[in-house]
Design a protein around this ligand. Structure first.
Ligand code: GCB
Length: 599
C-alpha cells in the first residue's frame, strides 16, 4: 500500500473514531479556494464574567415584546467588537479579562439550490459554543485551530443570527495549561465565514511529493457526500499534468504518478496552480513541491544539506498590539525575518493563522509549526491527550499541502514526568501517521552538568524525534554570564540534527549602557555575540531560531518601566525599532549564507 494511501486510511479511521465525540463537522480545507461569504466585521458583544448567559438563554437573541416583559440582556444595545480580533486589545477594560463573552452577528442569506452551507471559524480562543437562529450547532475547544459546522438545514432565507459564546478561562486540563509566557487573548481571533458547497464536495486532499522522491506525486482526495464512485480530476497545467481517477464508494481517491517539477526552496519558492474537480465541485490551490529529510545530523532539502537560519515569532501584531490576523500583520513580521536573512521561522507556541503559512510558502520561508503543549500539562487526563491530538490533526489537515512547513513540533519545554513520555510519544505517533513526509521535533530543556563547563541534554524524548529542538538561556537565566558561552561544551545526541529553538535575553529598545547591565541593548547584543560563537562550534547544528523576533505581551513580565507586561527579548520592539542584537544576528546569518554557498 502506498504511503499516502496508508495515511489517508489512517486519517479516515481517526476521523471516524473522533466523529462520535467530535462536535464539529468534517474540517474543510483550503478555505481561500472556496466560495465564501465573510462574516467578519462588527459583532455585538456581551461580557459575561459570571457565565450566566446560558441560563439566561442569550443564544435566543430575544427582544422584550411588551414593556412589562423582564429581559436582562439586549444584543442590539450592547457594545461591539471587531471580528477577527481578540477582545483584550480592543477595550481597555478587557485587557486582563478571562471569562465568557457572547458575540452576535445578524446577517441576511439567500439560499441557492442544492448548495450545502457551513459556518467556518479560523479560530476562537479558547472554547466556543455556537448557535444559529437559537439552535445549538456545537462546541469547540482549542484556541488556534479551525472548525466548522454544517448549517444547511438551520440557515434561513433572509434574516439569520449567529451567537457564539467564547470563553478563555485557563484550566489545568486545557491545551495549553494555565501557565504560559504569552497573552491569553480571548475571542473570535480569526476570520469567520459561510462556505457554500455542492452536495458532493472535496473536503480535503493531499498533493505532495512521495516520501523520498523528487519526481513522484503521491496523494489523495477525500470527498464528502459521495455514496457512489466519482470521477476526480487533478490538473497541474504548468507541469503538463492531468490525471483522472475514480473514487471508491466512500469518496476516497488515491493517485501516484511521476512529474517533472521545478522544486520549491527558499531561493526558488515555486508554487504551481493545482486544480481539482469532482462531483460538481472544483477548487484551485497553489502548491510547492519539495522533499525534506533528516540524515545523520543534517537536514536535507531536496536532497541537499541546508542550514536553517531562523527566528522564533509569536502571532502578535506589530505597532497596534493584539493578535495578528491579517496578511498585512503577517507581512510585517515575516518581512523582518527576511530582513534578518532568515530562510526559516519557528511559529510559536500554537498554530498561527493560515495566511501566515501561505505567505511563508510564497516568500520561501521554511516553517516549524507547533501545538500549544507547553510547560505543565495534565499528562494523565485522557481528555487532555485527546484535545492535543485533535489540535495536531487539525493543523496538519489545514497545512499539509504547504511546502513551507518542514517540521511539526509536538511540545515546548515540558517537565520530565513519567506520564509525559507516554503522552508525547502518542502525539508523535499521530503526527507520523498523518504525515510521513515532514520532520517531527519538540523544544527540550532538560540538562545535566556532568563536568565544569559542560552541559548535557538529557531528555529521553530526544530518542523519538527526527530533529532535536534545544531551548537554552545561557547568559540570561542562571548564574552564567554571556562570556561563559565561550568555553561551554555541549553533549548532544550527535546522530540527529539539532535546532537551537531558543536562546536570548531581554533589552528595552533605546536603553543603553555597558554590556554588563541588564535590559540594555548592549547586554543583549553581547549575549548574541557569545551565544552565536558557541553554537557555531556544535557539529550537529542544523538550524537555529533565537528568542524572539519582536517584544510580546506576557502577564508574567511585571517589571514596571521596563517590561510593563511585555517579554522584552525581541530583536525588534513592538514599535518596529531594531535593537543592536538584530544587527548581530543579521551579520551572522549573512556570513552563514555565504559560507554555505561556498560549499
Ligand atoms: C522559554 C519559553 C518561551 C518564553 C521564553 C522566555 O523557554 O519557551 O515561551 O517566553 O523562554 O522568555 O523566558
Amino acid at each position: 500500500m502506498g504511503a499516502a494511501r496508508k495515511c489517508l486510511l489512517i486519517a479516515t479511521c481517526l476521523f471516524a473514531a473522533s466523529a462520535v465525540a467530535a462536535p464539529s463537522s468534517p474540517l474543510i480545507t483550503n478555505i481561500p479556494g472556496r466560495t465564501s461569504i465573510s462574516l467578519n466585521g462588527t459583532w455585538r458583544a456581551i461580557v459575561d464574567p459570571y457565565e450566566t448567559g446560558t441560563s439566561m438563554r442569550l443564544y435566543e437573541n430575544a427582544k422584550s415584546k411588551t414593556p412589562r416583559n423582564l429581559l436582562e440582556y439586549d444584543f442590539d444595545t450592547a457594545g461591539t467588537l471587531n471580528v477577527p480580533g481578540d477582545w483584550n486589545s480592543q477595550r481597555a477594560e478587557l485587557f486582563f479579562y478571562e471569562g465568557s463573552v457572547w458575540y452576535r452577528k445578524s446577517f441576511s442569506y439567500h439560499k441557492r439550490d442544492r448548495s450545502r452551507v457551513f459556518v467556518y471559524f479560523g479560530a476562537a480562543n479558547y472554547k466556543a459554543s455556537v448557535y444559529l437562529n437559537a439552535q445549538k450547532l456545537g462546541d469547540h475547544e482549542g484556541g488556534f485551530t479551525p472548525f466548522d459546522f454544517e448549517v444547511t438545514d438551520q440557515i434561513r432565507e433572509g434574516d439569520n443570527f449567529l451567537v457564539v459564546e467564547v470563553n478563555n478561562q485557563r484550566k489545568p486540563e486545557n491545551v495549553p495549561g494555565p501557565m504560559t509566557d504569552f497573552w491569553n487573548y480571548g475571542g473570535l481571533t480569526r476570520d469567520v465565514s459561510l462556505i457554500e458547497l455542492p452536495e458532493i464536495f472535496i473536503q480535503d486532499y493531499w498533493v505532495q511529493l512521495a516520501k523520498g522522491s523528487l519526481n513522484e506525486i503521491d496523494g489523495w482526495v477525500k470527498l464528502d457526500g459521495a455514496s457512489a464512485p466519482q470521477q476526480v480530476t487533478l490538473e497541474i497545467p504548468a507541469a503538463g499534468i492531468k490525471q483522472q481517477i475514480t473514487s471508491d464508494g466512500k469518496g476516497y481517491a488515491h493517485f501516484r504518478f511521476t512529474a517533472k517539477l521545478d522544486l520549491w526552496s527558499p531561493e526558488n519558492p515555486k508554487l504551481y496552480q493545482v486544480m481539482l474537480s469532482a462531483g460538481g465541485d472544483s477548487l484551485r490551490d497553489e502548491i510547492g513541491f519539495r522533499s525534506v529529510e533528516a540524515r545523520g545530523s543534517k537536514i536535507l532539502l531536496n536532497g541537499r544539506p541546508i542550514l536553517l537560519r531562523g527566528i522564533s515569532l509569536h502571532e502578535e501584531a506589530a505597532f497596534r498590539g493584539g493578535k495578528a490576523f491579517s496578511e498585512e500583520d503577517d507581512q510585517t513580521l515575516l518581512g523582518w525575518a527576511q530582513e534578518l536573512g532568515c530562510n526559516f521561522v519557528r511559529l510559536v507556541h500554537y498554530p498561527h493563522n493560515e495566511k501566515m503559512i501561505r505567505l511563508a510558502d510564497r516568500l520561501g520561508l521554511m516553517v516549524w509549526e507547533e501545538i500549544p503543549v507547553y510547560w505543565a500539562t495534565a499528562w494523565e487526563t485522557p481528555e487532555t491527550l485527546q484535545n492535543a491530538k485533535q489540535q495536531l490533526s487539525d493543523v496538519i489537515a489545514r497545512d499539509h499541502n504547504r511546502a513551507a512547513v518542514v517540521l511539526w513540533s509536538v511540545a515546548n519545554e515540558t517537565p520530565l514526568e513519567p506520564a509525559r513520555l507516554v503522552f508525547l510519544k502518542s502525539l508523535i505517533e499521530r503526527a507520523r501517521m498523518l504525515d510521513n513526509t515532514r520532520l517531527i521535533s519538540a523544544a527540550l530543556n532538560h540538562f545535566e552538568r556532568p563536568a565544569p563547563n559542560t552541559i548535557a541534554l538529557t531528555d529521553p524524548l530526544a530518542d523519538s524525534l527526527d530533529v532535536v529542538g534545544l531551548n537554552e538561556y545561557l547568559g540570561w537565566y542562571g548564574k552564567e554570564r554571556p562570556e561563559d558561552c565561550d568555553h561551554m561544551q555541549w553533549i548532544l545526541p550527535n546522530e540527529k540534527p539539532l535546532i537551537v529553538s531558543e536562546f536570548g535575553g531581554g533589552a528595552l529598545s533605546g536603553d543603553h549602557g555597558d554590556s554588563d547591565t541588564r535590559w540594555t541593548e548592549e547586554y543583549q547584543a553581547n549575549l548574541y555575540e557569545h551565544q552565536l560563537s558557541m553554537l557555531k562550534r556544535i557539529p550537529s547544528l542544523a538550524g537555529l531560531s533565537p528568542w524572539v523576533l519582536m517584544d510580546f505581551y506576557s502577564p508574567r513580565r511585571l517589571l514596571p518601566g521596563v517590561q510593563d507586561y511585555r517579554n522584552r527579548k525581541g530583536l525588534v520592539s513592538d514599535r518596529g525599532e531594531r535593537k543592536q542584537a538584530f544587527h548581530v544576528l543579521k551579520r551572522f546569518y549573512g556570513d552563514m549564507k555565504e559560507s554555505q554557498a561556498e560549499k
